[in-house]
Write a protein that binds this ligand. Sequence first.
Ligand code: ARG
Length: 460
Amino acid sequence: MAINKAWGARFKKKTASSVEAFTESISFDQRLYKYDIEGSIVHARMLAECKLITNSERDAIIKGLKEILNDIESGKFKFKTELEDIHMNVETALLKRIGNVAKKLHTARSRNDQIALDLRLWVRDQIQEVVSAITNLQLGMVLKAKVFGKGILPGFTHLQHAQPILIGHYFLAYVEMFERDRTRLIDGLKRLNKSPLGACALAGTTLNIKPEMTAKALGFDSPFENSLDAVSDRDFCLEFAASLAIISMHLSRFCEEWIIWSSQEFDFLDIDDSYCTGSSIMPQKKNPDVLELIRGKCGRVYGNLFSLLTLMKGLPLSYNRDLQEDKEAIFDSSDTVKDCLLILGELIKKTAFKIDNTERSCQKGFPDATGIADYLVKKGIPFREAHEIVGKIVKKYSKGYKELSDISIKEFKQFSPLISKDIYKTLGARNYIKQYKSHGSTSPRLVQKRLSAWEKKLKR
Ligand code: ARG
């Protein structure tokens, strides 16, 4: 007696229930239903075109599939573990609904090219979703920079005060990073956008089929070139997972900064109460948990990338069941990063810069010192000498004077006779920033220009 499964004819014994539970993927691949059905509809059309089924068979199959889609979307459909995966769940439901004609749908197809197709379609849509979430976050940053962008902030290297910068310049740095992330995702589409349908199990088929027809109908640039490759590689998932890991890294850096800046020591930010949480023991606490969680979630996004890389590294061609393990990792990375992009956008909207504090902070640590060196260079002194002169000034006055602008001209002249009164034009964070003019610098004029250009571009 054969067992009651699509592949059951050669089996004498029922599958152990523990094996069914262990091998199933329906609990997580059910979210691919839309793509699975879309692929099947297109496949049925191709089969009819190639005279492998009749037009009325095609119509019955498509009608049945559309009804199943409806049932799933309205929550009426019951997914069954014993039917393993989304493919068998849909196919079995189709058989029940339209009878034996349903058995023709799997002509010239295997679950191996079917899952490769479903996943590609899913990743392709996810890329669009992540791209729009990034655009949204970038716009949020630009709009925040419109409000606080003219405020000044100590720029850091080594987490030590380095040179003052505009808050607008700070935000633009992240807008650029996320722009690379956005375009990196879009670049991946070029390689992803080839249909694997028609590769069948691994070697293609002896039947006359038209993979270029299904590829076109599903919006792919072309069909696969090699059937073994089509069913067995998941590099498009890896590329997506890697892009997501990089986004997560950028998010995490941003959050780390804001966590530090919202501490009592810095006190640069005022995050709205509705985007912070408290402590169950210390009544005075207001914690930046959202930022910390975004930073923390970076761990699982990196982890997923490593799961996928490790999953793939030992697989001989072509399909192996190991590949079922790709889904949860890539689903999780995409869900996690989209959530993080969204919530960070909201939090940024709800945060104000304490610009009095950020500006006051610029008075510490002589962040305008390089300005004096540049000043001396303009007067003909080699930079290394200028550097040394300013170093000596800082050494002498670092105790006792609050800022370089407090040093009198008489005192300055002891270090270099070339220093004259116009030195004060570059001293103090505000003055110093005004002096910037180089490409991509914190120059107020350039920052303003860049912000306007971004706003225009992102609102489009
Ligand atoms: N659930 C499987 C996966 O995710 C679908 C393909 C199964 N193919 C097979 N020959 N068992 O990869």
